[in-house]
Design a protein around this ligand. Structure first.
Ligand code: ZN
Length: 232
């Protein structure tokens, strides 16, 4: 398999997330850390995920200074370098305002454990009052993989772009369950939760989901933009 540049990896994730319907509007960003340097690649702000091209991926440093960019970067991405500084294990970050993630965020709590895929987030979700790193930083625990920003959206973080993107579409699925299932729906018992989490790890679910995200992104791209309807 051809090794993609980091800029290409960001675009690949963005197109896959767009295929899932997670990028129809302005806003949301995907970043990857540059190994060994206080820098990261991140998408620009003036287009949707569906429209992004390689030239829309910018390079910034950990002070938020733009090193390479052909368009505009978001004014609200300080949490990217904040998280990279606080969590050296994190190498990629995904933030969207996916419809179900945004709907669930209004509850201001983690997703309920209503399905085996929800086990990824049990005890590993931070609730932050805003997307400013001064709010996220103190709330973010050492092994958290998801951040819910009430009335706003969600962030997932991973050891690589594949994990961050796969966790994001998985959190979107879990959020849809959370929002649509009644308050009386029973949550999974602890013993079953641990067993199912272990099955998912053994099955390499996140790696398989990352492969799926990439396939969907390719299938849904018509040469100019991603058309989510073709992939879902
Ligand atoms: Zn946002």
């Amino acid at each position: 398999m051809v090794e993609l540049s980091q800029r290409e990896q960001v675009l690949q994730a963005i197109r896959g997330l767009a295929a899932y319907g997670l990028g129809p509007n302005i806003g949301g960003h995907v970043s990857v850390r540059v190994p060994g340097k206080p820098e990261f690649y991140i998408n620009a702000f003036d287009k949707t995920f569906e429209e992004m091209q390689l030239r829309d991926i910018a390079l910034l440093d950990f002070d938020g200074k733009v090193i390479e960019c052909e368009t505009h970067v978001s004014p609200g991405l300080t949490f990217h370098h904040g998280i990279y500084k606080q969590r050296p294990d994190v190498h990629a970050i995904v933030h969207t305002h996916g419809f179900w993630l945004t709907a669930q965020s209004a509850f201001g709590r983690p997703v309920r454990t209503l399905h085996n895929l929800t086990t990824y987030f049990h005890g590993r979700t931070c609730i932050s009052p805003s997307d400013d790193f001064t709010a996220i930083g103190p709330a973010l625990a050492a092994d958290d993989v998801a951040i819910i920003i009430p009335w706003h959206g969600a962030i997932t973080i991973g050891k690589n772009i594949g994990d961050a993107a796969a966790l994001h579409v998985t959190l979107d699925y879990a959020a849809r369950l959370d929002v649509t299932m009644p308050a009386t729906a029973p949550e999974m018992p602890d013993a079953l939760r641990e067993e199912l989490a272990s099955v998912l790890r053994r099955a390499n679910y996140l790696d398989l989901t990352w492969n799926l995200i990439r396939r969907k992104g390719v299938d849904a791209y018509d040469g100019k933009r991603v058309i989510p309807g073709l992939a879902n």
